[in-house]
Structures are given as structure tokens and as C-alpha cells.
Design a protein around this ligand. Structure first.
Ligand SMILES: Cc1cc2nc3c(=O)[nH]c(=O)nc-3n(C[C@H](O)[C@H](O)[C@H](O)COP(=O)(O)O)c2cc1C
Length: 185
């Protein structure tokens, strides 16, 4: 094991956070890690929006709820059975990654940048959880308001978000699914 491998192995999703805010130095390190990511043809089709405005996160959470409750219970996450469920887990900071909708690899590139941020956070002793659920807020009638409030460039759509903070939970690593590796030699 070296430091990179142990950081990869130690990362897991955290779904409860202390309210301690990240320092600007920590945020800068996370954003640098995101921007250090590879991207197809080096297009860097991403945009990072660091959100610490809890009122805005509450509004987005509400819109996610509105959209998600349109689905039947079997077609939505069981997390929505808890009326107190917050899609951002009350994290002090959420980084939204939006990407150029015309870029063929934009979503994939954004996912790679997202994982770089998660690993950088882990290396700083911070916790993260990757968040796809906020996507529903952009399907809501308030979607274009959120795009503006989050300062997405006009050409960009939501790709993924990452909640970051000091973890207030502890969780074992996920088990590896079986039969996910083949060799052709
Ligand atoms: C693309 C993507 C979207 C995800 N969206 C959510 C989400 O909206 N809410 C959530 O609690 N976890 C979300 N997760 C976290 C996964 O549930 C988690 O990575 C998985 O259960 C494995 O657990 P681990 O991260 O602790 O290893 C997402 C993960 C990925 C990669």
C-alpha cells in the first residue's frame, strides 16, 4: 500500500457532517484536484460552483423532493420515506459540477473530476458523498432559476454534485460485487 492506494481504499460516502466549515485553503486544494483531472481532448468541459449558502441548498432540496415524489415509491430511493431526508445531508459545502451539454464526454469528464475531489478531500481528512439526486431539481419548474443561482455557464447543465465536510458518521467500505472482472489473454 502507498498513500494513493490507501486514500482510494479509505474513501467512502459520508451522510452526516459536522457544521465546521471548510477553510478556503481546503477548498482551493479540492478545486485544484478537480482541475488536475484528465478530460477528453483536454477540453475541461466542467464548471465548479462551491455552495455554502444553506438557504439555496434548502430550496434545491425542496425542488428535488417535489420532483422525486412524482415517481411511485418503488421508483424512488427509500431515503425519501424519511420526511427529514436532506439530499445534501446538511453538509457545510456542496460543490456542483456543471458541464458543457455539447461536449460528448462532458459527463464522464465531470465524473472523473468529481472522484479527484473526493480523493483529495479524503487525503485532507474530510468526507464526501457524490450526489446525483440534485439532478431532479433541474427538471423542476425552478430549474432555470437554480442554474442562474448556481452560476452555471449558459452552455452548461448539471453533471454531478459532491457534498464535503468533516464526517459525523462512520461506515465500512462497500463490498466488491462479484463477477465484475474478466480477462482475455
Ligand atoms: C454517480 C453517483 C451518484 C450518486 N448519487 C448519490 C446520491 O444522490 N445520494 C447518496 O446518498 N449517494 C449517492 N451516491 C453514492 C453511492 O450511493 C455510493 O458511492 C455507493 O453506495 C458506494 O458506497 P461508498 O461510496 O461508501 O463506497 C452516488 C454515487 C455516484 C457514483
Amino acid at each position: 500500500m502507498n498513500e494513493v492506494l490507501s486514500t482510494i481504499a479509505a474513501r467512502r460516502s459520508h451522510r452526516a457532517y459536522e457544521q465546521t466549515q471548510l477553510t478556503q485553503e481546503q477548498i482551493d486544494i479540492l478545486l485544484k484536484a478537480g482541475m488536475d483531472s484528465p478530460s477528453a481532448v483536454n477540453r475541461q468541459p466542467w464548471h465548479f460552483t462551491v455552495v455554502q449558502n444553506q438557504d439555496l441548498l434548502r430550496e434545491i432540496n425542496k425542488a428535488v423532493w417535489e420532483e422525486t415524489m412524482k415517481a411511485t415509491p418503488e421508483n424512488r430511493s427509500a431515503r425519501f420515506n424519511d420526511p427529514a431526508f436532506d439530499v445534501f445531508y446538511h453538509a457545510p459545502t456542496v460543490i456542483f459540477i456543471s458541464c458543457d451539454r455539447e461536449n460528448y464526454w462532458g459527463q464522464l469528464d465531470s465524473g472523473i473530476a468529481c472522484q479527484n475531489i473526493c480523493l483529495a478531500a479524503e487525503s485532507l481528512g474530510l468526507g464526501t458523498v457524490i450526489l446525483g439526486m440534485p439532478r431532479a431539481a433541474f427538471q423542476n419548474e425552478k430549474g432555470s432559476d437554480f442554474r442562474k443561482a448556481l452560476l452555471f455557464p449558459e452552455t452548461h447543465d448539471f453533471a454531478i454534485a459532491v457534498a464535503v465536510g468533516t464526517p459525523a458518521d462512520d461506515k465500512p467500505a462497500h463490498l466488491h460485487a462479484k463477477d465484475r472482472i474478466s480477462y482475455v489473454r
